[in-house]
Every structure is written in C-alpha cells, then in structure tokens.
Write a protein that binds this ligand. Structure first.
Ligand SMILES: [Zn+2]
Length: 379
C-alpha cells in the first residue's frame, strides 16, 4: 500500500491516487482544477442573486436553510438586516442531531424579521439512513468522499425537502450556509441533486420517501427550478469562526455550546468509514491539516464537531486506536469502561476539552443502542 508522502492519505482511499513520486492527487491539486470551476459557477449565481431586483409578485426573495448553528445564524442576520432580503427561514429537524441549536433558533425568531418554518420527516430520513448503512459493501475503488456517504445522504435528503418546499411556494433561490470547504464539493444544480439521489437510491425508494413529488423536478423547466446560492462564497478569504461567534454574542443571537453540531450518528459514521474504506471519518480533514502544516508551518484545518487537529499529531496512530475501539464496540465486544477511557483519551489527543471528549466517548459506547433505534445492522 502506498501513502502520500505529504498528507499520508492512502492510495486506496476513495478518489485518491498516489503517483510514482509519492504525491497524491489532492497534494498535486488535480481535483482543485475541477473544484475551481464549481467555485466560479457558485460565485456567479450568488452575484446574480445579490443583484436581482425585488419581484413584487413573490412573497420571499429566498428560502434560507437555517440550522441554528453559528454560520447560518450569522448569515440569516446579514440577509435580513444588511442585504434587505425577504427571507423564509427553513429548518429541517434532523432527528440525529442534538437539540442545542433550539436556543439559537428561539433567539433568532425573537430578533430577526423573517418568517420561520420547521420541517421534519423522521420516518423517511431514517429509512434513507438504514438503506445507506445496511446495503452491501460499495464497489471499489470508489470515488472522492465515499467514506462520508451516510453524512452526505442525510444532508441531500433534507436539501431536497427544502427544494420541494421552495418549488411549491414559487421561491426562486435557496441559500445554504456550507462552509468554504464544503462548497467545493457540493452539487449546486438542483436537477443534478435530484438525479444523483435517484441514481444512488433507485426509483422505488426515492418515490417512496418523497411521495412521488420529486419526479416533477426532473421534468420541470429550468426557470421553474430554484437555484442554490452559497453566501459564504463571498467571504471565502476571511471566514473566521471565532469572529462570527463574537459578533453573534454581541447581538444577543447566540448561546454557544461546544458540541453544537453533534450528531448522534457520529460513532456510526466512523464505523461506516472503517468498515468499508478502512479509514476514520475525519481522514480527509486530517490529511488536509497535514498538508497545510507542510505548506505553511501552521494548521488551519478546523472541522465541524469543534475538533481542531493539534499542530503535531500522530494521525496514523490515532486512526489505528480509533479503528480498534470503534470496531470492537460495533461488534458488541470488550469492556465498556475501558472503551469509555480509550475514546476519551483519543478525542483529548484531538484537542477536544475534557467535557467534549467525554461526551463523544459516551456517544461511542452508545453506538449499538443508536443503531438499533434507527434499524442499522451491526456485525
Ligand atoms: Zn497527499
């Protein structure tokens, strides 16, 4: 097995190839060329949205995907109070996410002049996740981001719910607060997102979970389809999470929680990545960190779940320890107290504070219960 000499990604990682000089395609920036095209397109669509004159016949200028996290709260405030947009703030209640964001949504409802709508569909999003986890092993070598497929499928499901909501209401734009790194890898054309879901899950399941409504979008005229805009594209050079939190707190719009975006499926996401792709869920983030350290001497990588990779980190060692304990818990083997200690230690090494590390560790040992609740089969 060959590993990249800069970022240590394996040549068997989905979407990664390592050349004869020991460099992977990400370090050679092969993919970056494609991504740059996507970046230009999303920039252009955002400019068009910003300049679009107000349509007096429409009630809203956009549907805004509002999670209650810091990024979307910050941008919602900007859309309404700075850009003067008429906004329908749309929140999908993901059943796997902890309720920390609810406080921020309450503050936003009190202080931001937008309409708010809360959507949910526990049964069907769980059906989709069951399908992702329980289907047979994916074909090798796979493609870029395949190890994060459960995460991407969940997001795609509720993005499509939002698309249908906008389509029904005649709303022309959907604003989505992906961070600058996510924007690079996200499909922004609505018809392509629909097509991708049909390809991934087949006609039967897709029509079942969207009650046949999605099919209309495949055959709709281009100008009937909402367009997705990524507002963070405008601030890609000065995206600063700490400054965003400081500004929100000053405006009384934010109650911080170290685990604000914690997903109860996180341990299962790791299990999926180890089982099918022999890597930890955060492997690309860790590799990107290693690349930045080599290039700049400092790491800039900061993922969701509030984990910062420390300057000096034995990523291979961490991955090996996490693999062992994750697979053991999934198999229902080993000692629970020992597993709690080990996962806490691993996340402390990933720079989480004591409370956050313990919180994550508790969720890891609870993996079998969460799996049973959703209907995900463990070995
Ligand atoms: Zn590399």
């Amino acid at each position: 097995m060959t590993n990249c000499t800069v970022c240590s990604l394996s040549g068997e990682h989905p979407g990664i190839s390592v050349d004869a000089t020991g460099l992977c395609n990400l370090c050679r920036l092969d993919i970056a060329g494609d991504l740059l095209v996507n970046f230009r397109y999303t920039s252009a669509v955002f400019d068009e949205f910003q300049r679009a004159p107000r349509d007096p016949a429409a009630r809203y200028d956009c549907l805004f995907m509002y999670s209650g996290g810091k990024d979307s709260t910050y941008m919602l405030d900007k859309f309404v109070n700075e850009y003067g947009k008429r906004v329908l703030a749309y929140t999908f209640d993901v059943p796997f996410e902890s309720a920390h964001a609810a406080d921020n949504i309450r503050l936003a409802r009190e202080r931001i002049a937008a309409d708010f709508v809360l959507d949910a569909d526990d049964e069907n999003i769980k059906k989709v996740m069951r399908e992702v986890f329980n289907r047979p092993a994916p074909a090798k070598p796979g493609s870029y981001l395949d190890e994060k497929l459960p995460c991407a499928s969940c997001r795609t499901f509720f993005v499509l719910r939002a698309v249908l909501h906008a389509h029904r209401g005649g709303i022309k734009y959907i604003a989505m607060c992906a961070d600058p790194q996510q924007i690079l890898t996200m499909e922004s054309n609505v018809r392509e997102i629909v097509r991708g879901f049909y390809q991934r899950f087949g006609d039967r399941l897709t029509d079942e979970v969207f009650r046949g409504e999605l099919e209309q979008l495949l055959f709709a005229e281009d100008d009937e389809l909402p367009r997705i805009v990524f507002p963070f594209i405008a601030m890609r050079h000065d995206y600063d999470p700490d400054a965003i939190v400081a500004e929100l707190k000053a405006k009384g719009l934010y109650e911080s929680s170290p685990m604000e975006t914690h997903c109860t499926l996180f341990p299962l996401l790791n299990y999926y990545a180890f089982k099918h792709w022999d890597c930890m869920f955060y492997k690309l983030n860790a590799a990107s960190h290693a690349r930045a350290v080599r290039r700049n001497g400092t790491g800039t990588e900061r993922s969701t779940f509030s984990i910062r990779f420390p300057q000096v980190l034995d990523i291979t060692g961490i991955e090996e320890r996490l693999r062992k304990v994750t697979l053991e818990i999934a198999a229902g083997q080993g000692d629970r107290a020992e597993q709690l200690r080990e996962v806490t230690a691993i996340f402390r090494d990933l720079d989480a504070d004591e409370d956050a590390a313990r919180f994550v560790a508790e969720s890891f040992v609870a993996m079998p219960e969460v799996a049973a609740d959703v209907g995900i089969r463990l070995p």
